[in-house]
Design a protein around this ligand. Structure first.
Ligand code: GLN
Ligand code: ZN
Length: 741
């Protein structure tokens, strides 16, 4: 029983994938015609039912409903608003159109995918233009509400609605201004709110994460227009923000938006305590206090109560407080209790969605309890605490060292990004080795066979710089996590990356150190088979960190340096083993950028330093390569240059030459390998197309000897029958470029 001082509780969203990845299996079965639409929807409903039961049992008072999805909740809203781009309009309505927009069909490529507000969740970017006439179709949303009300009663069901300003803000608009688009959508929002009101919901959550962005201040007019419409429905509104603080320039007018019965803030990221201190909190709406971190896997019993006490201190006794997770719990795995092999000293420190719900309920029931039982990370003597500045600086400068490094006469050297086809045989090897049914010796021998195969292929193709193909890696982060100390792994800790793709991020729980060489054996083996240089292949510290759950007891900067130092040792060992070219992939560097622009510089400072820590110890003659999986880095050119790599390979084939022009204009003088073909597509690229692309690089002002020719990214997901003709054509295209140069 709750005492009278007890606080209310709410959730803001819950994992949609099912405890046993039911949704993934159901989707894949539906796509391959194994199950019908009816069965798919029945499975989906049962996953939702289970999520509701768990939240109800925690117990949570107000449960957010409506974010359950077959693929992506943003895409759901796009269909609910009937914002279907013209290329999908001839398809069968309903699921065929929905999945075509998600995954593409021959006649119409999918919507673009983009990271959702700096998380590792990807949403389908709505495409809105002036021709679109939104039409309402809220059936599936109302179905979720109905199902929840049946199970929980109407008092506890609070619809979770993606707010109109955020929806427009994260869309791609063409030929229409945000304000015009908003005007088109608002009648649908009011229609929805009126319907919800008639269904007896007590309140509605309007999720507006755009309010925490740097540009939020410029969205003020849009918010005022939107909330004037929404408030007219007279359904109480909980205005929900998360992932960062609401800036002091935004908070005062945000609080005055009409219709608000509650304002929800995230106290686990950014600094909303400062915002509250500076701006105060109005007395009438409830404060939804996001104090249980929905994006970390660590316990919150102590930190949550500490935050709550600090909040109460600032807002006083008159403000009603509701205890909440900081955001939807979809960013964490579902249940720690499902894990059977977590180290016993770590298990009690970990909380996934189910445990986070319990924490919310416990804190609300006894806010003051001062149990000091919270364990945070394992603090050992901090590794990488006192690093000399010289470890971050490579000597001599690029201009001086580059002539001592590997060069292809005439330039346009050909290479690949690292991985080759991960065949079923390779995956079988991994499984057998992991399960212990294959000995280390046998496994290594089989891996060596794979190395021999890819080396042979590269000889035959006539590439200039070889790779070993990464057959020993299941995943570019997990592979290193398993070998380094300080990481642990779950067996069922899946989180949705997008649609039917889920990942199990490693968990960093202690100081990261290297206990053994991680890549030297495979390098040596591959290099022994050829006289061509074979690249050493590592994943950069920032990428490892960004694709893991970090510790909370020390900073991400410190963790990046710990990993960076471990990689530095690996780099040095590779060099000792005769490796002349070492590639350190940093595809997730950009993904770690903070939401607020003003925090970018600080992040980039340490992210770049971590890269340099790993790579600056090598001889002048050793070539350091990096690879970035995107080409939109015009806004972080200083950071890219600051990495001080000798060669930069980037994804490029899907963009025009804007980025190369920007690099030339910037005065970027190092080697660069802009991808000449898209590895996401099974289509074999034509020699002529690639040759003209390479020509374009020259026209952008890059010098031939600085240009490398490579695909956009690794070839892991491509079949050999696609890889072989593609690379044959690529090598041919480079030859043409050399001759014509
Ligand atoms: N070396 C990695 C590979 O080729 C790079 C992958 C990536 O950039 N995501 O697979
Ligand atoms: Zn890549």
């Amino acid at each position: 029983m709750k005492d009278t001082s007890a606080l209310s509780t709410a959730t803001l969203g819950y994992p949609r994938i099912g405890r046993n990845r039911e949704m993934k299996k159901a989707l894949e079965n539906y796509w391959s015609d194994v199950i019908t639409e009816t069965t798919l929807k029945a499975i989906s409903d049962s996953v939702l039912n289970d999520a509701l039961t768990t939240q109800s049992a925690a117990p949570i008072d107000s449960i957010a409903v409506g974010d359950h999805t077959l693929y992506d909740h943003v895409l759901d809203w796009t269909l609910r608003f009937g914002c279907i781009p013209s290329r999908f309009q001839n398809l069968t309505p309903g699921l065929p159109t929905y999945f075509a927009m998600a995954r593409g069909v021959d006649s119409a490529p999918a919507l673009d995918m983009s990271k959702y507000f700096g998380t590792n969740y990807h949403y389908m970017v709505p495409e809105l233009d002036q021709h679109i006439t939104p039409t309402a179709n809220f059936d599936d949303f109302l179905h979720q509400i109905h199902l929840a009300q049946n199970q929980l009663g109407s008092e506890r069901v609070v619809p979770n609605v993606l707010g109109p300003v955020t929806y427009v803000h994260i869309s791609r608009l063409s030929g229409i201004e945000p304000a015009q688009m908003l005007d088109k959508l608002l009648p649908l929002y009011t229609q929805l709110l009126n319907t919800l009101k008639s269904r007896n919901v007590p309140e509605v959550q309007i999720h507006e994460p755009a309010l925490v962005l740097s540009e939020a201040a410029s969205l003020r007019d849009l918010y005022q227009t939107a909330f004037a419409s929404l408030a007219a429905c007279q359904l109480p509104i909980n205005l929900v923000t998360f992932f960062d603080d609401v800036h002091v320039d935004v908070f005062p007018w945000m609080c005055k938006l009409p219709g608000l019965s509650a304002i929800s803030l995230d106290f686990t990221r950014g600094n909303n305590l400062v915002t509250l201190k500076k701006c105060g909190f109005p007395s009438s709406p409830r404060l939804g206090a996001g104090i249980v971190d929905g994006r970390s896997v660590w316990t919150d019993q102590v930190s949550g109560r500490t935050l709550l006490a600090a909040i109460k201190d600032i807002v006083g006794d008159n403000v009603k407080i509701c205890v909440q997770p900081s955001c939807s719990l979809q960013y964490v795995p579902i249940d720690v209790d499902a894990e059977s092999s977590l180290p016993e000293e770590i298990r009690p420190k970990l909380h996934f969605a189910v445990q986070k719900l319990k924490t919310v309920a416990e804190i609300a029931a006894s806010p003051e309890s001062t149990s000091s039982s919270e364990l945070t990370g394992i603090v050992e003597e901090a590794v990488a605490d006192a690093l000399q500045e010289s470890l971050f600086v490579r000597q001599p400068k690029f201009e001086e060292r580059r002539p001592q490094q590997f060069t292809v006469p005439g330039g346009f050297g050909t290479t690949t990004i690292g991985s080759f086809s991960q065949t079923p045989e390779i995956r079988r090897l991994h499984t057998q080795h992991r399960k212990g049914t294959m000995s280390d010796e046998e496994y290594n021998a089989r891996i060596d066979k794979e190395l021999a195969y890819v080396i042979g292929i590269q000889e035959a193709l006539g590439l200039d710089v070889f790779v070993h193909g990464e057959p020993e890696r299941t995943d570019m982060v997990e592979y290193f996590g398993v070998k380094l100390s300080g990481f642990t792994f779950t067996t069922k800790g899946w989180v949705q990356s997008y649609g039917n793709r889920y990942v199990r991020p490693p968990i960093i729980y202690g100081d990261v150190t290297r206990t053994e060489a991680m890549t030297v054996r495979e390098f040596k083996s591959a290099q022994s088979m050829t006289t061509k240089p074979v690249k050493g292949m590592l994943t950069a510290a920032t990428t490892i960190l960004n694709w893991s759950f970090p510790r909370k007891d020390i900073s991400r900067e410190q963790q990046a340096y710990q990993i960076g130092l471990a990689l530095r040792q690996e780099v040095m060992d590779l060099e000792k083993a005769g490796c002349k070219i070492i590639q350190v992939d940093d595809p997730a560097l950009r993904e770690g950028l903070p939401l607020k622009r003003e925090n970018w510089e600080e992040y980039l400072r340490w992210a770049v330093r971590a890269f340099r820590l790993s790579t600056s110890g090598v001889l002048p003659s050793t070539q350091i390569v990096t690879h970035l999986c995107y080409s939109d880095f015009e806004d972080i050119l200083d950071a890219i240059d600051g990495m001080d790599a000798d060669v930069l390979t980037i994804e490029n084939s899907r963009s025009g030459d804007e980025m190369l022009v920007a690099l030339a204009k910037y005065g970027y003088s190092r080697d660069i390998g802009p991808g000449v073909y898209d590895i996401h597509s099974p289509v074999v690229p034509k020699t002529a197309t690639m040759a003209s692309r390479i020509k374009l690089f020259k026209e952008c002002g890059l010098a031939s000897e600085r240009i490398w020719v490579n695909p956009d990214c690794g070839l892991k997901t491509r079949k050999w029958k696609e890889v072989l003709p593609s690379l044959t054509n690529m090598v041919e295209a480079a030859k043409i470029a050399r001759i014509e140069d």
